[in-house]
Design a protein around this ligand. Structure first.
Ligand SMILES: [Zn+2]
Length: 417
């Protein structure tokens, strides 16, 4: 069997033929050069308008990298023709195996992009003897295709979140779709300002955001402001997961300060190694942590009192009626204020001032599952951790869409991986 036969089986082009296959020695070893020719009498397609136009002239041959075979690099070699287009002028023809100025064939780009989902970009480059840059360009191309072809209808619920990026120096704003039937990343933007989120709404389009029913977010002010303005018809829900984060932050603060105070007074350091006992939910504690917690609870410490307040707040989420949940919230906030523990008072004040948005959780209970934001957030953190080395926002953006965007791919007759 000839290589041409295989090629015609896996990747056949209508108006072109595989003319010859030959070896070529290059500095790094050997490569396969596959010469492509246009069928005689076939008229080239104008890359400007996509119509068949008269042939004008032929340029020097170009190489397009194709999927490697048995570890050997493969290139298509083709001399592009130019067309004389009555609409666009003299233009380079459009070929079915590559787009624009890309030196990689679209098949190879898709191949690399698929592997880049399973491997780090660095590893994908190493395995296929190519550069990080080429892997990035491939993923970028695949993401652009996916974004242009994704289905943006029927989006009823979105979640807005912020993520730390660049080793914790910068923020990204991310918007997810959190409908039951579809959970994915919709949008990524730099920073977490009013402007950032406004940009999302602008790109999302008025018609679409006018149809939103639920918006989930953190208590971050700029987000609240924009959501109130742009999606006023939607029920705005403060996410349970984010409230737990605020609560844990407060406890951490109390514990750290109290430990310092006790140390200064020369008291027994009972709070050391207690961090996770106080932050974890009781059902997630290890046996040792359980013992430690039982021990701690005997003391009348601020950290312990804060812990009990936090645990008590869990009952809030079990309510069904917004009315009774509201009563509970008021009582809880009052107790937190009476505790005189500053970080907990801060949490109470914050919850109080967002009372209505918190109670919206009960109004939206059937539509939004509480774990969805947390799940997406964890997945995203894993991805950003991998992309810490990325210097540019563009690379991080592409990576996030690639791994979390659930984007469609072009379909070909043959799957190379
Ligand atoms: Zn044209």
């Amino acid at each position: 069997m000839q290589l041409k036969t295989i090629l015609n089986r896996v990747q056949k082009f209508k108006s072109f033929i595989y003319k010859s296959v030959k070896w070529s020695e290059v500095s790094g070893g050997i490569v396969l050069l596959i010469e492509i020719a246009a069928r005689s009498h076939s008229r080239p397609i104008c890359s400007g308008c996509g119509c068949r136009r008269p042939w004008y002239d032929t340029m020097e041959s170009r190489q397009f990298e194709f999927v490697p075979l048995w570890g050997i690099q493969v290139f298509f070699v083709y001399a592009m023709r130019r067309v004389d287009c009555c609409r666009c002028g003299v233009k380079v023809e459009r070929v079915p195996w590559a787009e624009g100025k890309h030196t990689l064939t679209t098949t190879y780009m898709q191949f690399l992009a698929r592997w880049a989902k399973r491997l780090s970009w660095q590893d994908a480059a190493r395995v296929f003897k190519t550069s990080w840059e080429k892997v990035f360009r491939s993923v970028e191309w695949s993401v652009q295709w996916g974004l242009a072809h994704r289905d943006m209808s029927n989006i009823h619920s979105i979640g807005v979140d912020e993520v730390l990026w660049k080793r914790g120096h910068k923020y990204l704003t991310v918007v997810y779709q959190i409908d039951r039937q579809c959970k994915r990343l919709l949008w990524v933007g730099e920073n977490r300002t009013v402007r950032t989120l406004l940009r999302f709404f602008r790109e999302f389009g008025k018609e679409r955001y006018g149809r939103l029913q639920f918006v989930c977010s953190d208590m971050w002010k700029p987000y609240l402001k924009v959501i109130a303005k742009k999606a006023a018809q939607a029920i705005h829900v403060l996410d349970r997961f984010h409230i737990a984060l605020h609560m844990n932050k407060a406890i951490d603060e109390v514990r750290a300060q109290e430990t310092r105070e006790m140390k200064a007074k020369g008291l027994m350091p009972i709070l050391t190694h207690s961090r996770w006992c106080l932050l974890k939910r009781p059902e997630n504690l290890t046996a040792n942590q359980e013992i430690k917690l039982a021990d701690l609870l005997r003391y009348n410490l601020k950290a312990v009192r804060s812990y009990l307040l936090k645990e008590d707040f869990q009952f809030f989420w079990d309510y069904v009626s917004p009315h009774w949940a509201g009563e509970f919230l008021d009582r809880w906030c009052k107790r937190a204020m009476q505790s005189r523990i500053k970080p907990m008072m801060k949490v109470a004040r914050m919850l109080r001032s967002h009372r209505e948005l918190l109670l919206n959780w009960f109004r939206a209970k059937k539509a939004i599952s509480s774990g969805v934001m947390e799940g997406l957030n964890n997945k995203l953190k894993l991805t950003t951790r991998k992309s810490y080395g990325f210097r540019t926002f563009r690379a991080a953006e592409v990576m996030l869409y690639h791994t979390l965007g659930d984007l469609p791919e072009p379909s070909y007759t043959h799957r190379f991986c």
